[in-house]
Design a protein around this ligand. Structure first.
Ligand code: PLP
Length: 391
């Protein structure tokens, strides 16, 4: 028996179950067309909703920040001081989101790891949607709080659970804003009402709503007109914003509390000046114009409608996330492989990320896709779909 035998056994088990993840290699910037494993392919699986990952305005801002501030913050903000850039981004995000304040973290994942334990405490109760993101699940695991997992988007079940825990000293309701695998929305107005009736805090993770939903991409709270009624908005700067980082926006007191108690803020270095400057430039662009956001929605509407005409099932998405439902994992993998041979990069998603029998390609539409790009994709989907007997 070697000491690594369990690792080898688990890797083999993943391979046998078809769950082994072979990561593709990107050899260019991420745009409509991207070099993947040496081939130039139409990119339909990045979260680059608005094309900001390779936007000239963001790149210029990043380059200037490197010249002025260097490449790294060289410390944890609470210990060795925080750069003016990080403070500026936080102010800009708060203004953009119409919240009192915002605090930045290294990623959206870190933002949840910071916010959830700090807000739930030891004796709180967390009410969490069963399909919430892994970073929420892990944030909950870092607390000693009681966890109540409610059925997906089920406000009645949530209200009942809140009733049952009426005496809990702290109550925190957590939901994704946009659920990333299906593209459906949280029933946020109902969730907020239920929470208000029970003195519970609401945390919404708006990772796939930012830049996508609401006026100028202000997110799901803006989309539903709930400003001031959602206590905590967790955001990522690595999807529509095109950069990397995360944040929490909300009431001044809560944000201040996370600067004091959010462990990734206290014990891990800040993001780099280049990242932060690029994010500030992204806020500039979003505040000035909703041109990219409009193009994103137009592209998504056009592509979904044509796919449905072809006979594909594009699920229950309410956002530009376009699942192409294929059923068996083997069909999804084969579909993705053949598309790649046809120069279209769309990733298959299967169990355990989605339930068994619900395998799909998750097509991510972007504002950078041109009409020609979408028509090209459509032709290839039709070709592979017919070859595999899906349509
Ligand atoms: C992507 C995602 C995250 C993680 O964001 P990163 O900035 O990539 O760490 C968190 N929550 C949800 C709902 C996400 O979709």
């Amino acid at each position: 028996m070697g000491k690594y035998d369990f690792v080898t056994a688990e890797l083999n088990a993943l391979r046998e179950q078809g769950l082994y993840n072979t990561i593709r290699t990107i050899g260019s910037s991420v745009g409509a067309w991207t070099v993947v494993d040496g081939h130039r392919v139409l990119n339909m699986c990045s979260n680059n909703y608005l094309g900001f990952a390779d936007d000239t305005r963001l790149k210029e801002a990043a380059l200037n920040a490197v010249r002025e501030y260097g490449v790294g913050p060289a410390a944890v903000r609470s210990i060795a001081g925080t750069m003016t850039l990080h403070n500026e981004l936080e102010r800009r995000l708060a203004t953009f989101k119409h919240t009192e304040d915002a605090v930045m973290f290294q990623s959206g994942f870190c933002a949840n790891l910071a916010a959830i334990p700090a807000l739930a405490g030891k004796d709180g109760v967390i009410f969490t949607d069963e399909l919430n993101h892994a970073s929420i699940i892990d944030g909950c695991r870092l607390t000693k709080a009681t966890r109540v997992i409610f059925p997906h988007r089920d406000v009645d079940a949530l209200a009942k659970a809140l009733d049952e825990h009426a005496q809990a000293p702290r109550k925190l309701v957590i939901t994704d804003g946009v659920f990333s695998m299906d593209g459906d929305l949280a029933p946020l107005p109902g969730i907020v009402e239920a929470a208000e009736a029970h003195q519970a805090l609401v945390l919404v993770d708006d990772a796939h709503g930012e830049g996508v939903l609401g006026s100028h991409g202000r997110g799901i709270v803006d989309h539903f007109g709930l400003h001031g009624r959602v206590d905590v908005e967790v955001g990522t700067l690595s999807k529509a914003f095109g950069v990397v980082g995360g944040y929490v926006a909300g009431k001044r007191e809560i944000v201040e509390y996370l600067r004091q108690q959010g462990r990734p803020f206290l014990f891990s270095s800040a993001t780099t000046p280049a990242d932060v400057a690029a994010c500030i430039a992204a806020v500039d662009v979003l505040e000035r114009s909703d041109e990219e956001q409009r193009r994103l929605w137009d592209n998504a509407a056009w592509f979904k409608a044509r796919m449905e005409e072809l006979g594909f099932d594009t699920g229950a998405s309410e956002t530009p996330i376009t699942p192409v439902m294929l059923g068996e994992a083997t069909t999804a993998w084969e579909f993705s492989k053949r598309l790649f041979q046809e120069d279209v990069f769309a990733q298959a998603i299967a169990f355990p990320t989605v339930p068994r029998g619900k395998a799909r390609l998750r097509v991510m539409i972007s504002a950078v896709h041109s009409q020609d790009d979408l028509a090209f994709a459509l032709e290839k989907f039709a070709k592979v779909g017919r070859a595999l007997g899906v349509i």
